[in-house]
Design a protein around this ligand. Structure first.
Ligand SMILES: [Zn+2]
Ligand SMILES: [Zn+2]
Length: 286
Protein backbone atom coordinates (compact mmCIF):
# COMPACT_ATOMS: atom_id res chain seq x y z
CA UNK A 1 0.00 0.00 0.00
CA UNK A 2 1.35 3.42 -0.83
CA UNK A 3 1.59 5.95 1.98
CA UNK A 4 -0.91 8.68 1.28
CA UNK A 5 -4.58 8.09 0.74
CA UNK A 6 -6.06 10.07 -2.19
CA UNK A 7 -8.14 12.01 0.34
CA UNK A 8 -5.24 12.94 2.59
CA UNK A 9 -5.51 16.69 3.24
CA UNK A 10 -8.64 16.90 1.09
CA UNK A 11 -11.52 19.11 2.18
CA UNK A 12 -14.85 17.34 2.19
CA UNK A 13 -17.95 19.53 2.19
CA UNK A 14 -20.83 18.71 4.51
CA UNK A 15 -24.18 20.43 4.17
CA UNK A 16 -25.54 20.64 7.68
CA UNK A 17 -27.26 23.08 9.97
CA UNK A 18 -26.96 20.70 12.86
CA UNK A 19 -23.25 20.51 13.62
CA UNK A 20 -22.87 17.05 12.08
CA UNK A 21 -19.21 17.86 11.39
CA UNK A 22 -18.71 17.09 15.10
CA UNK A 23 -19.89 13.52 14.43
CA UNK A 24 -18.23 12.84 11.06
CA UNK A 25 -15.06 14.90 11.40
CA UNK A 26 -12.98 12.69 13.72
CA UNK A 27 -13.33 9.49 11.64
CA UNK A 28 -12.50 11.23 8.38
CA UNK A 29 -9.47 12.89 9.92
CA UNK A 30 -8.20 9.73 11.61
CA UNK A 31 -8.85 7.19 8.84
CA UNK A 32 -8.30 9.31 5.71
CA UNK A 33 -6.49 12.42 6.88
CA UNK A 34 -9.30 14.48 5.36
CA UNK A 35 -11.09 17.51 6.79
CA UNK A 36 -14.86 17.61 6.95
CA UNK A 37 -15.92 21.22 6.53
CA UNK A 38 -19.48 22.35 7.23
CA UNK A 39 -21.07 24.34 4.45
CA UNK A 40 -22.27 27.59 5.99
CA UNK A 41 -25.79 28.99 5.80
CA UNK A 42 -27.62 26.15 4.18
CA UNK A 43 -31.22 25.48 4.97
CA UNK A 44 -31.08 21.71 4.75
CA UNK A 45 -34.38 21.56 6.66
CA UNK A 46 -36.22 22.36 3.44
CA UNK A 47 -35.18 18.93 2.19
CA UNK A 48 -37.03 17.09 4.89
CA UNK A 49 -37.37 17.13 8.65
CA UNK A 50 -38.56 14.82 11.35
CA UNK A 51 -42.28 15.35 11.54
CA UNK A 52 -43.24 12.27 13.49
CA UNK A 53 -43.54 10.25 10.32
CA UNK A 54 -41.00 7.76 9.07
CA UNK A 55 -40.05 8.41 5.45
CA UNK A 56 -39.26 5.55 3.11
CA UNK A 57 -35.61 4.54 2.78
CA UNK A 58 -35.39 5.26 -0.96
CA UNK A 59 -36.63 8.78 -0.31
CA UNK A 60 -33.86 9.11 2.27
CA UNK A 61 -31.24 8.04 -0.26
CA UNK A 62 -32.40 10.69 -2.71
CA UNK A 63 -32.51 13.40 -0.08
CA UNK A 64 -29.04 12.58 1.21
CA UNK A 65 -27.59 12.72 -2.32
CA UNK A 66 -29.32 16.08 -2.90
CA UNK A 67 -27.92 17.39 0.35
CA UNK A 68 -24.40 16.30 -0.60
CA UNK A 69 -24.80 18.09 -3.96
CA UNK A 70 -25.71 21.28 -2.08
CA UNK A 71 -22.12 21.53 -0.85
CA UNK A 72 -20.85 21.99 -4.42
CA UNK A 73 -22.98 25.11 -4.88
CA UNK A 74 -21.19 27.13 -2.27
CA UNK A 75 -17.85 25.40 -1.78
CA UNK A 76 -14.87 24.76 -3.98
CA UNK A 77 -14.47 21.08 -3.12
CA UNK A 78 -14.35 17.83 -5.10
CA UNK A 79 -15.97 15.75 -2.39
CA UNK A 80 -19.09 16.11 -0.31
CA UNK A 81 -20.85 14.06 2.32
CA UNK A 82 -24.36 14.31 3.75
CA UNK A 83 -26.51 12.31 6.11
CA UNK A 84 -30.17 11.64 6.45
CA UNK A 85 -31.78 9.75 9.28
CA UNK A 86 -35.07 8.09 9.93
CA UNK A 87 -36.28 6.93 13.32
CA UNK A 88 -39.39 5.14 14.45
CA UNK A 89 -40.94 4.74 17.88
CA UNK A 90 -38.80 2.72 20.26
CA UNK A 91 -39.91 -0.74 21.34
CA UNK A 92 -42.49 -1.04 18.61
CA UNK A 93 -40.90 -4.00 16.88
CA UNK A 94 -38.48 -5.87 19.12
CA UNK A 95 -35.21 -6.98 17.51
CA UNK A 96 -35.81 -4.89 14.42
CA UNK A 97 -33.71 -1.78 14.20
CA UNK A 98 -35.73 1.30 14.98
CA UNK A 99 -33.58 3.75 13.12
CA UNK A 100 -31.35 4.15 10.13
CA UNK A 101 -28.72 6.66 9.15
CA UNK A 102 -27.94 7.03 5.49
CA UNK A 103 -24.69 8.64 4.46
CA UNK A 104 -24.16 9.82 0.91
CA UNK A 105 -20.68 10.50 -0.37
CA UNK A 106 -19.91 12.12 -3.72
CA UNK A 107 -16.52 12.61 -5.34
CA UNK A 108 -17.36 14.58 -8.49
CA UNK A 109 -13.81 14.50 -9.84
CA UNK A 110 -13.56 10.70 -9.80
CA UNK A 111 -17.25 10.05 -10.38
CA UNK A 112 -17.88 8.26 -7.09
CA UNK A 113 -21.37 8.16 -5.60
CA UNK A 114 -21.57 5.99 -2.50
CA UNK A 115 -24.52 5.30 -0.25
CA UNK A 116 -23.73 3.82 3.12
CA UNK A 117 -26.54 2.53 5.30
CA UNK A 118 -26.24 2.27 9.04
CA UNK A 119 -29.20 0.62 10.82
CA UNK A 120 -29.34 1.05 14.57
CA UNK A 121 -31.29 0.04 17.66
CA UNK A 122 -30.14 3.14 19.46
CA UNK A 123 -32.78 5.78 19.31
CA UNK A 124 -34.38 8.12 21.75
CA UNK A 125 -37.41 8.73 19.56
CA UNK A 126 -40.59 9.27 21.58
CA UNK A 127 -43.96 10.85 20.92
CA UNK A 128 -46.85 11.39 23.33
CA UNK A 129 -50.08 13.37 23.39
CA UNK A 130 -51.40 15.46 26.29
CA UNK A 131 -54.44 17.51 27.21
CA UNK A 132 -53.83 20.95 28.68
CA UNK A 133 -52.71 20.75 32.33
CA UNK A 134 -52.16 16.98 32.17
CA UNK A 135 -50.36 16.17 35.46
CA UNK A 136 -47.93 13.74 33.72
CA UNK A 137 -46.46 16.14 31.21
CA UNK A 138 -43.49 17.27 33.29
CA UNK A 139 -42.45 13.72 34.24
CA UNK A 140 -42.60 12.61 30.59
CA UNK A 141 -40.61 15.64 29.49
CA UNK A 142 -37.90 14.83 32.03
CA UNK A 143 -37.90 11.14 31.04
CA UNK A 144 -37.15 12.26 27.49
CA UNK A 145 -33.88 13.70 28.74
CA UNK A 146 -34.85 17.33 28.37
CA UNK A 147 -33.00 19.72 28.30
CA UNK A 148 -29.97 17.65 27.23
CA UNK A 149 -32.24 16.18 24.55
CA UNK A 150 -34.34 18.64 22.58
CA UNK A 151 -38.11 18.36 22.12
CA UNK A 152 -40.69 19.70 19.70
CA UNK A 153 -44.24 20.59 20.64
CA UNK A 154 -47.05 20.58 18.10
CA UNK A 155 -50.79 20.99 18.02
CA UNK A 156 -52.37 17.59 17.20
CA UNK A 157 -54.48 19.09 14.42
CA UNK A 158 -51.58 21.06 12.92
CA UNK A 159 -48.55 18.74 13.05
CA UNK A 160 -46.78 20.57 10.24
CA UNK A 161 -45.90 23.54 12.42
CA UNK A 162 -44.07 22.28 15.50
CA UNK A 163 -42.61 24.73 17.98
CA UNK A 164 -38.82 24.32 18.06
CA UNK A 165 -36.03 25.83 20.10
CA UNK A 166 -37.72 25.43 23.48
CA UNK A 167 -35.10 25.94 26.18
CA UNK A 168 -36.70 25.58 29.62
CA UNK A 169 -39.24 23.25 31.23
CA UNK A 170 -41.55 26.21 31.89
CA UNK A 171 -41.46 27.14 28.20
CA UNK A 172 -42.25 23.58 27.08
CA UNK A 173 -45.15 23.20 29.53
CA UNK A 174 -46.64 26.58 28.59
CA UNK A 175 -46.30 25.74 24.89
CA UNK A 176 -47.94 22.33 25.39
CA UNK A 177 -50.94 23.88 27.12
CA UNK A 178 -51.27 26.56 24.46
CA UNK A 179 -51.04 24.06 21.57
CA UNK A 180 -53.53 21.70 23.29
CA UNK A 181 -56.02 24.53 23.59
CA UNK A 182 -55.85 25.48 19.94
CA UNK A 183 -56.09 21.84 18.79
CA UNK A 184 -59.46 20.65 17.50
CA UNK A 185 -58.90 17.44 19.54
CA UNK A 186 -57.64 19.32 22.59
CA UNK A 187 -54.26 17.61 22.38
CA UNK A 188 -50.67 18.78 22.30
CA UNK A 189 -48.03 16.47 20.84
CA UNK A 190 -44.65 16.27 22.54
CA UNK A 191 -41.91 14.51 20.58
CA UNK A 192 -38.16 14.12 20.34
CA UNK A 193 -36.07 16.64 18.46
CA UNK A 194 -33.96 14.33 16.31
CA UNK A 195 -31.69 17.04 14.91
CA UNK A 196 -28.15 15.90 15.58
CA UNK A 197 -27.07 18.88 17.69
CA UNK A 198 -30.10 18.45 19.97
CA UNK A 199 -29.88 14.69 20.27
CA UNK A 200 -26.80 13.07 21.84
CA UNK A 201 -27.97 9.55 20.95
CA UNK A 202 -28.26 10.41 17.28
CA UNK A 203 -24.89 12.19 17.38
CA UNK A 204 -23.39 8.94 18.65
CA UNK A 205 -25.02 6.86 15.91
CA UNK A 206 -23.80 9.35 13.31
CA UNK A 207 -20.30 9.06 14.69
CA UNK A 208 -20.40 5.27 14.25
CA UNK A 209 -21.84 5.66 10.75
CA UNK A 210 -19.02 8.09 9.96
CA UNK A 211 -16.42 5.50 10.94
CA UNK A 212 -18.08 2.92 8.74
CA UNK A 213 -18.06 5.25 5.72
CA UNK A 214 -14.49 6.44 6.32
CA UNK A 215 -13.31 2.81 6.52
CA UNK A 216 -15.09 2.04 3.26
CA UNK A 217 -13.47 5.03 1.56
CA UNK A 218 -10.11 3.98 2.93
CA UNK A 219 -10.14 0.81 0.86
CA UNK A 220 -8.96 1.40 -2.70
CA UNK A 221 -9.96 -0.48 -5.83
CA UNK A 222 -7.19 -2.98 -6.69
CA UNK A 223 -7.60 -2.10 -10.39
CA UNK A 224 -8.03 1.69 -10.64
CA UNK A 225 -7.20 2.74 -7.05
CA UNK A 226 -10.42 4.72 -6.61
CA UNK A 227 -11.50 5.01 -2.95
CA UNK A 228 -14.57 3.20 -1.69
CA UNK A 229 -13.97 -0.36 -2.87
CA UNK A 230 -16.30 -2.56 -0.84
CA UNK A 231 -19.33 -4.77 -0.54
CA UNK A 232 -21.89 -4.22 -3.29
CA UNK A 233 -23.88 -7.40 -3.01
CA UNK A 234 -23.94 -10.90 -1.65
CA UNK A 235 -24.71 -14.17 -3.38
CA UNK A 236 -26.86 -16.71 -1.64
CA UNK A 237 -26.61 -20.48 -2.03
CA UNK A 238 -24.24 -21.70 0.67
CA UNK A 239 -24.39 -25.52 0.30
CA UNK A 240 -26.26 -27.58 2.88
CA UNK A 241 -23.99 -29.48 5.30
CA UNK A 242 -25.88 -32.72 4.70
CA UNK A 243 -26.91 -32.89 1.04
CA UNK A 244 -24.92 -30.09 -0.58
CA UNK A 245 -27.96 -28.39 -2.12
CA UNK A 246 -27.83 -24.59 -2.22
CA UNK A 247 -29.61 -22.81 0.68
CA UNK A 248 -30.71 -19.20 1.18
CA UNK A 249 -27.61 -18.60 3.32
CA UNK A 250 -25.05 -16.18 1.90
CA UNK A 251 -22.36 -18.06 -0.03
CA UNK A 252 -20.00 -15.18 -0.69
CA UNK A 253 -19.87 -11.39 -0.68
CA UNK A 254 -19.04 -9.36 -3.73
CA UNK A 255 -16.84 -6.28 -3.38
CA UNK A 256 -17.05 -3.74 -6.13
CA UNK A 257 -15.59 -0.48 -7.42
CA UNK A 258 -17.85 2.52 -7.93
CA UNK A 259 -15.69 3.91 -10.73
CA UNK A 260 -14.32 1.15 -13.01
CA UNK A 261 -16.81 -1.60 -12.19
CA UNK A 262 -14.17 -4.09 -11.07
CA UNK A 263 -15.65 -6.71 -8.73
CA UNK A 264 -14.27 -9.53 -6.64
CA UNK A 265 -15.95 -12.31 -4.72
CA UNK A 266 -14.82 -12.97 -1.20
CA UNK A 267 -15.80 -15.87 1.08
CA UNK A 268 -17.92 -15.35 4.19
CA UNK A 269 -16.13 -13.54 6.99
CA UNK A 270 -17.12 -16.22 9.50
CA UNK A 271 -15.38 -18.90 7.43
CA UNK A 272 -18.49 -21.09 7.10
CA UNK A 273 -18.40 -23.39 4.09
CA UNK A 274 -21.76 -25.08 4.65
CA UNK A 275 -25.20 -24.15 5.92
CA UNK A 276 -27.04 -25.96 8.72
CA UNK A 277 -29.36 -28.77 7.65
CA UNK A 278 -32.31 -26.92 9.21
CA UNK A 279 -31.98 -24.16 6.64
CA UNK A 280 -32.11 -26.62 3.73
CA UNK A 281 -35.37 -27.06 1.85
CA UNK A 282 -34.39 -30.44 0.39
CA UNK A 283 -33.48 -31.89 3.80
CA UNK A 284 -36.56 -30.46 5.51
CA UNK A 285 -39.01 -31.89 2.97
CA UNK A 286 -37.21 -35.23 2.66
ZN1 LIG B 1 -29.80 -30.52 2.62
ZN1 LIG C 1 -11.88 0.61 -9.84
Amino acid sequence: MSGLHPYANARIGLATMHEKERALGPAFRRVLGADVVAVPELDTDTLGTFSGEVPRPDALVETSLLKAELAFRTMDVDCAVASEGSYGPIDRVPLVSSGVEILAFIDRKRGIRLIDTFPTHHTSWRLSRFRASDPNRLAVLRAMGFPRYGVFVACSSDMDHPVKGLATEEEVIATMDREAERSTEGLAVLYSDMRAHRNPTRMKVLRAAGWQLAKRLQSLCPKCHAPGFGRIQSRRGLPCEACGDPTHWIDFEIDGCNVCGHAEARPRRDGRKTAPKLSCKSCRTA
